[in-house]
Design a protein around this ligand. Structure first.
Ligand SMILES: *[C@@H]1O[C@H](CO)[C@@H](O)[C@H](O)[C@H]1NC(C)=O
Ligand SMILES: *[C@@H]1O[C@H](CO)[C@@H](O)[C@H](O)[C@H]1NC(C)=O
Ligand SMILES: *[C@@H]1O[C@H](CO)[C@@H](O)[C@H](O)[C@H]1NC(C)=O
Ligand SMILES: *[C@@H]1O[C@H](CO)[C@@H](O)[C@H](O)[C@H]1NC(C)=O
Ligand SMILES: *[C@@H]1O[C@H](CO)[C@@H](O)[C@H](O)[C@H]1NC(C)=O
Ligand SMILES: [Cu+2]
Length: 329
């Protein structure tokens, strides 16, 4: 008995194993077809459940999450809390799929490097399969002018191969009620594939990100423009999918957002695991883009407004511990 307690204490002390029953997040193509359909079905369940009212224009429970992201966009990008906030956001999304849509699986992620290393294309990814995926590109709109946001104001942006409504897959019939940007319009989900940016998502780029010695250089190398002069992993995923996904505010309107950010979160956790336990404590960066800013600490609060209780950054530093309770496989 005493030995059992001792072992338990040891296990807890080194944080070496996830809690029993914790979520095991897998890459999309490693799921069975039945698991893929379960996830799609759960997202569609959120899309057909009524909003609980964060922004009045939110029609469904799925829109509530997009509404939260739109509302907080200016506070959660290009700042120290970027990765912790999105880690918590995904955790609340995953928990809601489970509690409100009887989802028994785990939030999947999209390791785009597997597509890019193999065929230098995201368009051919199983993630965009019309049946066992999220559907494909948007209709091609010649001269598509972009999703009206800060990123397409960057020099060098050109339209891709789509720009219009997606026409295949389980989300082609779902109209969003929020976005693009902070506009509130009834519109289809759009994509604008850019395989010319796919190279940004290669495993060589991932390696360049995880070799960064501090959280400060890691988060900047991962997040990308406009702080870095060229695209990096975070904005690379948003740019290659394009359209709604490229809108800094309304990108969670594309369900693939959750798989892209899942991969970024996995890469952060990979980086943390290269130096445990010290990287369970390493956070830095300013709290806001403009003044007055402070340097964030583990005490910084991660607002989910009325979607979930406020937790602090310290609560999301170890994915294996509550309130997160997940690991990547
Ligand atoms: C965010 O939501 C709060 C509360 O509903 C509201 O007062 C505020 O105007 C919203 N901000 C944005 C940028 O949408
Ligand atoms: C987008 O641009 C507006 C106006 O220039 C600025 O207030 C806002 O902070 C920017 N948002 C992001 C996420 O960069
Ligand atoms: C709203 O949509 C219009 C085009 O219909 C666009 O010009 C404007 O930039 C959009 N505003 C935001 C905040 O996205
Ligand atoms: C969905 O939005 C598109 C515009 O993006 C519009 O043409 C279509 O009529 C809308 N469908 C519904 C059912 O509202
Ligand atoms: C690799 O990371 C460094 C920062 O340490 C950055 O300056 C450089 O641009 C990166 N290289 C590539 C190819 O992204
Ligand atoms: Cu975001």
């Amino acid at each position: 008995m005493r030995i059992a307690v001792l072992i338990l204490l040891l296990v807890c002390a080194v944080h070496s194993s996830p809690l029993p029953g914790c979520s095991k997040r897998q890459e999309w193509r490693d799921l069975s077809p039945a698991q893929q359909l379960d996830f799609i079905g759960a997202v569609r369940c959120l899309q057909s459940s009524p909003a609980k009212g964060l922004i009045q224009a939110a029609r469904t429970r799925f829109d509530d999450f997009q509404a939260l992201h739109i509302n907080l966009t200016d506070e959660i990008h290009l700042v120290g809390q970027f990765l912790p906030w999105h880690r918590r956001f995904l955790n609340v999304f995953e928990a809601t799929l489970r509690t409100e849509c009887a989802f028994a699986g785990s939030l999947p992620y999209w390791d785009w490097s597997r597509d890019v290393d193999a065929y230098n294309s995201i368009a051919k990814s199983p993630v965009f399969d019309p049946v066992f995926g999220f559907g494909g590109n948007g209709l091609h709109i010649p001269g598509y002018a972009g999703p009206f946001n800060n990123l397409t104001n960057l020099p060098g942006w050109v339209s891709g191969t789509g720009g219009g409504c997606i026409t295949t897959g389980p989300f082609a019939s779902y109209n969003l009620s929020l976005g693009p940007g902070t506009n509130l319009t009834n519109h289809c989900l759009t994509r604008d594939f850019h395989d010319d940016f796919a190279w940004v998502l290669s495993s060589a780029q991932v390696a360049n990100t995880t070799k960064q010695p501090t959280f400060e250089s890691f988060r900047i190398e991962l997040e990308g423009q406009p702080v870095t002069p060229t695209m990096k992993l975070h904005d690379g995923g948003h740019f290659t999918v394009g359209a709604e996904m490229l809108n800094t505010y309304s990108s969670p309107g594309d369900p693939v957002f959750y798989l892209h950010h899942g991969n970024l979160d996995r890469i952060w956790w990979e980086w943390q695991q290269m130096d445990l336990p010290s990287r369970l404590l390493d956070v830095s960066g300013r709290s806001s883009v403009g003044p007055p800013f402070v340097d964030i600490t583990l005490d910084f609060g991660l607002k989910m407004l009325n979607l979930a209780p406020l937790v602090q950054i310290r609560d999301v530093m170890d994915p294996r511990a509550e309130p997160l309770c997940y690991d990547y496989v």
